[in-house]
Design a protein around this ligand. Structure first.
Ligand SMILES: Cc1cc2nc3c(=O)[nH]c(=O)nc-3n(C[C@H](O)[C@H](O)[C@H](O)COP(=O)(O)OP(=O)(O)OC[C@H]3O[C@@H](n4cnc5c(N)ncnc54)[C@H](O)[C@@H]3O)c2cc1C
Ligand code: SF4
Ligand code: SF4
Ligand code: SF4
Length: 407
């Protein structure tokens, strides 16, 4: 076995999987490093040195990015659909339209907390399983090959994923396909599934709980006052609620939110910014209505929808009947969303976090990397969010500061 470096510099690898998908000799597989971060490794006994893996790698061959043409705040007309989605339900509405056309949708499904991966969906029930942001790196496996087969068979395809996954798919396909729509997520970064498992093991110790195959986790949910982050354990198949541990009391979500557990390359992400890689971009419309008026209720979750290409505009105009759309400005979207401005900043104590994670585990790593005063600050801010007038004031001040920085 030889490592990632033979394809691209390790610190630039996003684990997008384009190399593994393109290798006709199945010589490349993703391997976990000591902490669980995925990197491709080449089985030299299978490799014929054709160079295809290097030829498709998006880290070596950056893709063209597109400046958004239109910006919308979007919510599903279907109340249930909106309530069960992470923000306004934009992903589900687009998916629903593509399925109605007889097409297929690719996205991230959590079968249980041990199995979080990209899958191919052909029915509405499958689409429901894609709902919800899974704040870990989704395993794309050999999905890109399957997308290619679908396109060759003349099917319409919708692919939803992180921008680096969309880039991986596009580089793998190597040419534009009329039948393909890509949707990238505004992305803060991803953390390894192995660290999530460590968190679940912490929860499991000393508690009566089902085996992991029957355990499902939510990473965020809607509370009366807006979005709540944390780890919420549910028992399958009914998804009966077992326990919720909110941010910043759960170590996994705290390490994710503070960027301590993100992949190193996420701190220099080339897709963080307003020029985008997908036909459409979805995210949370943070700050909507804080400085300019809106008719939408932000507390119930509103999706940000960026239209980046003519193809994306075409999909939205066809699927748009399922949405309530409000046209907004790019400046407003960027002002409220840090990852439309720049990549997540590498935390100062990230090396400490990683070292202690290796030696003593997740809880100790968080305690070592996050001073008590920071925990207190994070906890106070979370509590303040429940008191809406204070939240509104807090948001306005933050947005005004961002506005001053932009101008
Ligand atoms: C790791 C991650 C980081 C994010 N960071 C930000 C951010 O910084 N700012 C922001 O505004 N929004 C961010 N988002 C997007 C946000 O959480 C919502 O997904 C988005 O607002 C769309 O919500 P929705 O209601 O349309 O659909 P949802 O119900 O959230 O469904 C969204 C789609 O996301 C896909 N998906 C879910 N988890 C993953 C995953 N791990 N990898 C790839 N695809 C996945 C599913 O296939 C689904 O189609 C992030 C999402 C993820 C997964
Ligand atoms: S193609 Fe993707 S996974 Fe492979 S080396 Fe390049 S960035 Fe890493
Ligand atoms: S050089 Fe060719 S055969 Fe070797 S790992 Fe890369 S794609 Fe596979
Ligand atoms: S931050 Fe960038 S590199 Fe990291 S997962 Fe998101 S899109 Fe990929």
């Amino acid at each position: 076995m030889i490592g990632t470096e033979t394809i691209c510099p390790r610190e630039q690898c996003t684990a997008c999987g384009a190399c593994a998908n393109v290798c006709g000799h199945d010589a490349i597989a993703m391997h976990e490093d000591e902490l669980g971060y995925w990197y491709p490794a080449i089985d030299v006994s299978r490799c014929v040195d054709c160079g295809l893996c290097k030829a498709v790698c998006p880290a070596l061959h950056p893709l063209e990015l597109h400046q958004p043409d239109k910006v919308y705040a979007a919510v599903c007309r279907d109340v249930q659909e909106r309530a069960s989605s992470s923000s306004g339900g934009a992903a589900s509405m687009l998916g629903r339209y593509v399925l109605e056309l007889g097409g297929v949708v690719y996205g991230c499904r959590q079968t249980n907390c041990r199995d979080i991966r990209h899958v191919r969906v052909t029915e509405q029930a499958g689409l429901d399983e894609l709902k919800g942001s899974k704040y870990v790196q989704s395993d794309v496996g050999l999905c890109y090959r399957s997308v290619k087969r679908d396109l060759q068979d003349g099917r319409r395809v919708l692919f939803v994923g992180t921008p680096c996954q969309v880039a991986g798919l596009k580089r793998f396909l190597r040419r534009e396909h009329e039948g393909l729509w890509t949707v990238d997520l505004v992305c803060h970064g991803v953390s390894p599934q192995k660290i999530l498992q460590a968190d679940i093991d912490l929860f499991a110790s000393g508690e009566k709980m089902p085996e992991k195959e029957r355990l499902y986790v939510d990473f965020r949910w809607k509370a009366g006052y807006g979005i709540r982050y944390g780890i919420r354990y549910r028992e399958l198949p009914e998804k009966r609620l077992l326990k919720s541990i909110s941010y910043p009391y759960d170590p996994y979500i705290t390490a994710f939110m503070t960027g301590l557990s993100s992949r190193e390359n996420c701190h220099r992400c080339v897709y963080a910014g307003s020029p985008r890689v997908g036909d459409l971009t979805i995210g949370d419309f943070w700050g909507l209505g804080a400085l300019e008026k809106t008719a939408m209720n932000a507390k119930k979750g509103v999706s940000l929808l960026l239209v980046n290409t003519a193809k994306g505009g075409d999909l939205l105009s066809r699927a748009g009947g399922g949405f309530v759309l409000e046209e907004r400005t790019l400046a407003e979207a960027v002002r409220g969303n840090a990852n439309l401005q720049r990549a997540s900043v590498r935390p100062r104590n990230k090396d400490v976090f990683k070292q202690i994670l290796k030696e003593k585990g997740l809880e100790a790593a968080c305690r070592a990397a996050i001073p008590l005063s920071r925990y207190v600050r994070l906890a106070v801010v979370e509590e303040l969010k429940r008191v809406s007038p204070l939240v509104a004031l807090f948001k306005r001040v933050r947005l005004l500061v961002n506005q001053c920085k932009q101008s």
